[in-house]
Write a new protein. Structure first.
Length: 675
């Protein structure tokens, strides 16, 4: 077992009398529909694997349409006028021992099959399955940060799965397996290239390549999008400018869109990173984000969507990077075209281990807002550290914006994007447990009401073992892993303490980078007296960007949850925490708690050896050993640095850092991915 099968392993069921009666038959209406074909094949494949050990099933092909078999499955998804949005029903009829999967379009049957297999894989009796579901939001998409040469920005799982070099002539089987994995969790869109976009994707040469990929994804209900480089009309179009208000520029985009749509009629649209981190954008021509987005939206027309990212921070006003997206975008509320979506990261800085929800959610009622999350763990220990992200996303989705609903409510009419963690590694995600983040993203985009615990349980049962003792141990391990990372990396609301460039280990001392807001010191504001970023009225007043009721819970250090204390406040080292301890002692205690939790995770995993195949068991155990060492590294380097600033001794009984601060500062990692 190398992890390639993901959560679609469908390990043989030991105790399933319904399978002992022989392979069930599958009847499908609309059998020629490409999606129904996939659905049927997936069901057949899943059932065969679930029945794997049974004689005389063997590995042969399952006979179809055997009359009078004890159990059969019926797929009945004919367009009935309702939108083909994936809603489905799975209902068993005990009297004639049939399970019927139905819905208003072929995607319903595909999603219904995967949902049924998910239940069966967890040991459910098919005649007890009764599901009636519809997606909470229309757009559930992955964003790949993949370059044409196969390099994946912030990718920790090998090379890109998109082989532009050999496309369109060769399509890798992996792409179909990728489509199946995505469809199994309801993902219905994919942006195949990096937001730091190469204009190549807009050239004629790439259209057949994109078409081949789009054709492969289509039966799985997945639409293809590309990231578009704003300056392309100038760079590859031969125009003297990319000014969005120049009619030649709009005509160029329209012509490009026409070409793409001629090849890919269901092309999703363009994702754009503009005027951010050196990327070109409308501001280069004195125009606004809305001018830029609307021009491209006109070029696409009602055929697709322009997804415009709100991840911006300018060099001009470095007083508080957390304030900038709100400052730039809120004045544009109501100015974006109907087929523009503004995509907002979960927090106002950048995919940190913990951030309060982005203040833009709820603040642009006349704009279609979508949530952007990051599956690849750029700031959370890459693929080496075991960190299950569902609790983080659950925290954001459930946050009350104070402006008429939670973040999940705000994005429900639009959707959710996840920066993908997939690559060419055999296990797809760089580690077995990072598959859970891909899985959890899809499940939460389908239903943000699902609990992290339910998601962890169903993932672990399908991926590793459905045995109760295993699940009872591994689920809490997963659920606690995110808080562990917060504690050993950036406890109590600290943020962006990672080393420069690769963002892997600790670098709290970094203070000499060209732009102030690139420095960890900018975020910690640590000095002899205290630590933390004052974002109240006495400081940057970023707090005022939240609805008053929300801001009120964070406006005084004494009222603020310790989770966000140093995010919103600069407090003295002896500030009294709710625990009764002074801040400094609490901070040290948090680092220790993070380390201890990772130790406990490793111990728990060691006890699970009987339930897991040898290869995957060892892979995980080895990563956990690295994580144990690196949690200590984070703790020791951070504590050594804070001590150099505050001059304080360690609370009684605390282990001193293993090495000197100079030692930690001297470490360099030229081989780290993402440098
Ligand atoms: C940051 C990454 C950078 C991305 C950027 C973005 O470090 O590689 O290009 O976000 O989201 O987190 O555009």
């Amino acid at each position: 077992e190398d992890g390639y099968a993901l959560w679609l392993r469908h390990a043989p069921l030991e105790d399933a009398p319904w399978l002992d009666r022989g392979p069930p038959s599958i009847y499908a209406r609309n059998g020629d529909d490409p999606t129904i074909k996939v659905a049927t094949a997936e069901l057949e494949r899943g059932l065969l694997k679930l029945g794997g050990k049974r004689d005389p099933w063997g590995v042969g092909t399952m006979p179809r349409s055997l009359p009078n078999t004890p159990a059969s499955f019926e797929l009945d998804c004919r367009g009935d006028g309702k939108p083909n949005d994936g809603r489905f029903r799975v209902a068993a009829d005990r009297s004639n021992k049939t399970v019927k999967i139905s819905g208003p379009g072929s995607i319903s049957c595909l999603y219904g099959v995967y949902a049924l297999l998910r239940e069966l894989s967890q040991g459910e009796d098919p005649l007890a399955v009764n599901l009636d579901e519809k997606p909470a939001m229309p757009l559930r998409m992955l964003n790949h940060w993949d370059n044409p040469d196969g390099y994946v920005e912030r990718g920790y799982s090998g090379r890109s799965i998109f082989d532009w070099w050999r496309l369109p002539d060769h399509l890798d089987q992996r792409l179909l397996d990728y489509a199946s994995a995505n469809a199994s969790i309801g993902i219905n869109g994919t942006v195949v290239n990096n937001v730091n976009a190469s204009p190549l994707f807009l050239t004629d040469r790439y259209i057949p390549k994109l078409k081949r990929v789009a054709d492969a994804l289509r039966p799985y209900g997945i639409r293809l999008y590309i990231s578009a480089r704003f300056s392309a009309p100038h760079e590859i179009g031969g125009l003297p400018t990319a000014d969005p208000l120049d009619p030649r520029v709009e005509a160029w985009w329209k012509e490009r869109a026409d070409e793409i749509y001629a090849a890919i009629p269901d092309f999703g649209g363009f994702l754009v990173k503009a005027n951010s981190e050196g990327q070109p954008g409308p501001q280069d021509y004195g125009r606004t984000h809305a001018d830029g987005a609307n021009m491209m939206a006109r070029a696409i027309g009602d055929r697709g969507t322009v997804i415009w990212r709100a991840f911006v921070y300018s060099e001009v006003d470095p007083t508080d990077r957390a304030k900038q997206a709100y400052a730039e975008f809120v004045p544009l509320d109501g100015k974006f075209a109907g087929n523009v979506i503004v995509q907002v990261k979960n927090g106002a800085i950048d995919f940190q281990p913990r951030e309060p929800f982005h203040p833009l959610f709820g603040a642009m009622p006349k704009t279609r807002l979508m949530l952007e999350t990051q599956l690849t763990k750029e700031y959370l220990g890459f693929a080496t550290h075991l960190v299950f992200l569902a609790p983080m996303w659950e925290e954001v989705l459930r946050a009350d914006t104070g402006r008429g609903g939670t973040v999940a409510d705000v994005i429900a009419p639009v959707g959710m994007a996840g920066v993908a963690n997939t690559g060419s590694d055999r296990n797809w995600s760089g580690s077995h447990f990072d598959q859970a983040n891909w899985y959890a993203f899809g499940r939460l985009a389908w239903d943000p009401g699902l609990s992290s615990e339910a998601i962890a349980r169903e993932w672990a049962a399908q991926t590793f073992s459905r045995e109760q003792p295993f699940l009872d141990a591994v689920v809490p391990l997963m659920l606690g892993s995110r808080q562990a990372a917060v504690d050993y990396m950036t406890p109590l609301g600290l943020t962006h303490q990672m080393a420069t460039g690769h963002h892997y280990g600790p670098g709290p001392w970094v203070a000499d980078l060209a732009r102030p807001e690139w420095n960890p010191m900018y975020y910690s504001r640590a000095d002899k007296e205290g630590i933390g970023f004052d974002r109240t009225a006495s400081g940057s007043n970023a707090l005022s960007q939240y609805a008053p009721a929300v801001a009120a819970q964070w406006d005084e250090p004494g009222k603020t949850s310790p989770d966000y204390l140093l995010w919103f406040h600069h407090v003295t080292w002896d500030f009294a925490m709710p625990s009764g301890k002074p801040l400094w002692n609490e901070l040290v205690g948090r680092y220790d708690a993070g380390v201890a939790r990772v130790d406990a995770m490793a111990q728990t995993w060691a006890s699970l050896e009987p339930y897991v195949d040898a290869q995957r068991f060892t892979d995980v155990a080895e990563n956990l050993r690295i994580q144990q060492q690196e949690a200590r590294w984070w703790r020791d380097a951070s504590i050594a640095y804070w001590q150099s600033i505050n001059g304080l001794g360690l609370p009684a009984g605390t282990r001193p850092p293993e090495h000197s601060l100079d030692y930690y500062r001297s470490l360099t990692f030229p081989e780290a991915p993402g440098n």
